[in-house]
Design a protein around this ligand. Structure first.
Ligand code: ZN
Length: 203
């Protein structure tokens, strides 16, 4: 399986990073080895001094597809989870300033934590899926799928133009404002609607 991640998909997050708004969705990938299974810790890597959390909604792909039209896109995912796109912000800034690829900052082992998936059909309002992140008990990020610049179906359409989607692939859909650093000893808790889905200890 593969993990596809969308960048710059929430207006206030783009503003807090002082970045440009993309005309089309931006995406990058993480390998399967980036996954942290539910409730296992995140081990702070020695190569970075500035790891940031990014809480995101994650879609699970349920059908093989390529060049998917937007009006059919909703049939290609059936479940959603909350996940963390851990980012080595210091390495990422260096990569961006030099025009280098940023896998060292985004694709390292443990950089993708994903909570348990829930069927989209079980949600009250699939167009307004609320999620949040607490750090050491304090709410630091709060978002909703309704605030995305490019919605789920537009993302599926765009990504599948370039990359075949396969059953079991994950799509991270971007992070809202409020990203920030973690340090050893911190606890992160991910909530979907008002329910805590997963916690991650930083070790
Ligand atoms: Zn992200």
């Amino acid at each position: 399986m593969k993990i596809i991640c969308i960048g710059r998909n929430y207006r206030k997050h783009v503003e807090e990073m002082n970045q440009q708004f993309p005309e089309q969705p931006l995406f990058f990938m993480k390998p399967e080895t980036a996954l942290i299974r539910a409730n296992l810790p995140f081990y702070y890597p020695g190569f970075s001094g500035e790891i940031h959390y990014e809480a995101e909604l994650v879609l699970k792909i349920c059908k093989l597809g390529k060049n998917i039209q937007r009006r059919f896109a909703h049939t290609y995912y059936d479940a959603v989870a909350v996940g963390l796109d851990f980012t080595a912000r210091d390495l990422q800034q260096r990569c961006i300033s030099k025009g280098h690829p940023w896998e060292v900052a985004k694709a390292f082992d443990g950089s993708a934590a994903v909570g348990p998936f829930v069927p989209i059909s079980s949600l009250k309002n699939p167009d307004d899926i609320r999620f949040s992140l607490k750090k050491n008990g304090q709410m630091v990020q709060l978002g909703s799928s309704a605030e995305m610049i490019h919605g789920f179906d537009a993302l599926i359409e765009h990504v599948s133009k370039y990359v075949t989607l396969k059953i079991g692939d994950y799509l991270f859909t971007g992070t809202p404002a409020g990203v920030g650093p973690v340090k050893v000893g911190d606890w992160l808790a991910l909530l979907l609607e008002d329910k805590e889905m997963m916690s991650v200890a930083i070790k």
